[in-house]
Design a protein around this ligand. Structure first.
Ligand code: NAP
Length: 542
């Protein structure tokens, strides 16, 4: 029954948008603290990223035990990962297990998309509107909407005329796709393409890879999880978790070095790179402290990986085409692969340079570039996401005076600590722009944000404060700091999705905070300890 006073269908303390890693843990924490919470989730199941991204070869790039919740000892004791890097089905099974184990489903409404959230200043409450015509009134609203959840939609001329099947890696059919005997075109060479191409190539008749910009990729060396790793992790888990929280990227396996690439001899540098390449995954990125900040140091890593690519790819012309030359090493998200470069040694894989000869159209029979026509039965759009701001921009969020978040962020996202936005009281963003987020182990960053938000709501209750809001001054200072930190690095030199460069018309602003999860965690804790410095706390009446 609608509540007559507010005109809404129901009310609760907190609305959480999204039931991925963030939303599930947020719900669990809030329940434990006695808050009433409701989760709205567009999918028909939990899992977020791992619910939607079911493309062949999808797996996590961070070692499984590190890419998992740390909040429950029981959960950590009972769940056993099978692979060094868990594949999508196992990750989805894990998140379903979490939902069941903590009895979360009863507060999650599936197949429900939040379309609007409007702040009612008189009542100091958020009215959250769904695509089912429901409006829920809540004092707090937590956006657990994910950083890579809104797909970059292809808009090539002639797409609707294609007679074959089309797929986006970020919205893969749940029943899977059988490419046996098919001529497949994959557009894009980011992480999703790099993971899926070797798997699709093993099945399809032929794969054409349409590459605009090559990416740096390092081998995962995936396999069954080593029982010694499991035992060691069990014995030292608490210490490892704490180390990860205090580290730069929240990834212990990256083994972040304190050494400069330029303070060692060329032989020693080569030995260290070889060792890291053999270890696999993000270990390459952590080889030296100055890879991301010093062009000369960066060039040594770039040259090492280029040589590896030359060694892995038989055809020298193809190898050269796969070597990035237009941006520094790892300034676009480093990819972690299983057999990516070797896939180009197969007779049924062809690399097509669509930088030199751009895609002109999708035709009824395939794809046409400025140079040639390619006959295809299926097209895989591995073209990425409207990252970090896409999901928030998709919701009509209105704060004080009806100001819209889209308008407030027209020149790029502005937040205080990546947690709140001035003018939008009681609205929190988990791993929002301005926080380490996508530059870190997402699970580490998610847990930190959920814990901070939970503590904040308790602090508000203790102080009998009804609302918290970032001040415009604190937000401006934080945005300046986030920009200065990015400018200190080589990251802004790449046309990456970190900068919004992949979406036409999106403002070019480096969105995540490069300061590192340990430094950032301390900053957030200090702000809370200083009575929420930079925030304005107000009474329930405003
Ligand atoms: P992405 O990194 O944005 O890559 C998209 C690719 O599509 C790029 O190669 C891009 O080329 C190309 N592209 C886009 N529009 C195009 C066009 N009109 N014509 C030709 N090529 C076009 O997207 P993603 O691979 O889905 O990965 C996104 C992020 O998701 C990753 O960086 C990572 O953070 C995350 N992810 C993680 C995992 C994991 O942890 N295992 C796996 C997959 C994804 P340009 O570079 O020239 O723009």
């Amino acid at each position: 029954m609608p509540d007559v006073k507010t005109g809404t269908n129901s009310s609760c303390d907190v609305v959480i948008v999204g039931a991925g890693f963030s939303g599930l843990y947020m719900l669990h924490r809030l329940r434990g603290l006695g808050f009433s919470a409701r989760v709205f989730e567009a999918g028909d199941g939990v899992g977020g990223t791992w619910f939607w991204n079911r493309y062949p070869g999808a797996r996590v790039d961070i070692e499984s035990q590190e890419y998992s919740y740390s909040f429950s000892d029981e959960l950590q004791d009972e769940w056993v990962w099978t692979e060094r890097y868990a594949a999508q089905p196992e990750l989805l099974a894990y998140l379903n297990h979490v939902a069941d184990r903590f009895d979360l489903r009863r507060d999650i409404q599936f197949e429900t998309r939040v379309t609007a959230a409007r702040f009612d200043e008189a009542a100091m409450r958020w009215n959250v509107v769904t695509d089912r015509g429901e409006t829920v009134s809540a004092r707090f609203c937590v956006m657990a909407t994910g950083c890579l959840s809104v797909t970059n939609e292809p808009n090539f001329p002639g797409m609707e005329s294609f007679a074959g099947a089309s797929y986006h890696t970020g919205r893969w059919p749940h029943a899977g796709v059988d490419f046996t005997g098919k001529r497949v075109g994959v557009i894009g060479t980011g992480s999703s393409a790099i993971q899926s191409i070797p798997v699709i190539a093993a099945q399809a008749a032929h794969v054409h890879v349409f590459q605009r910009t090559p990416n740096y990729s390092v081998p995962a060396h995936n396999g069954p999880i080593d029982p010694r790793v499991v035992a060691d992790w069990k014995a030292n888990r608490a210490e490892y978790r704490q180390k990860a929280r205090e580290s730069g990227a929240g990834i212990l396996a990256a083994g972040a070095s304190e050494q400069s690439a330029l303070e060692v001899s060329a032989e020693e540098r080569q030995r260290i790179y070889e060792q890291r390449w053999a270890r696999g995954g993000f270990a390459m990125g952590g080889a030296f402290i100055d890879i991301a900040i010093n062009p000369e140091a960066n060039a040594t890593a770039a040259a090492f990986v280029a040589d590896k690519i030359r060694g892995l790819v038989d055809d020298p012309k193809v190898a050269e085409a796969l070597i990035p030359t237009s941006y520094p090493f790892a300034t676009k998200r480093l990819c972690v692969d299983t057999g990516y470069y070797a896939a180009f040694n197969r007779d049924n894989v062809t690399l097509v340079d669509v930088r030199a000869a751009p895609i002109e159209a999708i035709t009824p029979t395939g794809l046409r570039t400025a140079e040639a026509d390619y006959a295809l039965d299926a097209i895989v759009y591995a073209i990425g996401f409207d990252a970090m701001t896409g999901a928030l921009g998709a919701i009509d969020i209105r704060g004080r005076d009806g100001i819209s978040l889209r308008a407030a962020w027209a020149e790029g996202p502005r937040t205080y600590l990546g947690l709140m936005v001035a003018g939008f009281p009681n609205l929190f963003t988990i791993t929002g722009p301005g926080s380490p987020s996508v530059l870190s182990n997402m699970v580490v960053s998610i847990e930190q944000h959920v814990d901070w938000i939970s503590d904040c709501l308790v602090a508000l209750a203790d102080r009998q404060a009804g609302a918290i809001e970032a001040t415009p001054e604190a937000q401006s200072d934080w945005v300046d700091h986030v920009n200065a930190a990015a400018d200190f690095t080589l990251f802004p030199q790449a046309n990456s999705w970190y900068l919004g460069a992949n979406i036409p018309g999106k403002p070019r602003v480096f969105m995540p905070y490069v300061g590192g999860v340990g430094v950032y965690r301390q900053l957030c804790a200090d702000v809370a300890a200083k009575d929420y410095e930079g925030f304005r706390l107000t009474s329930a009446a405003g």
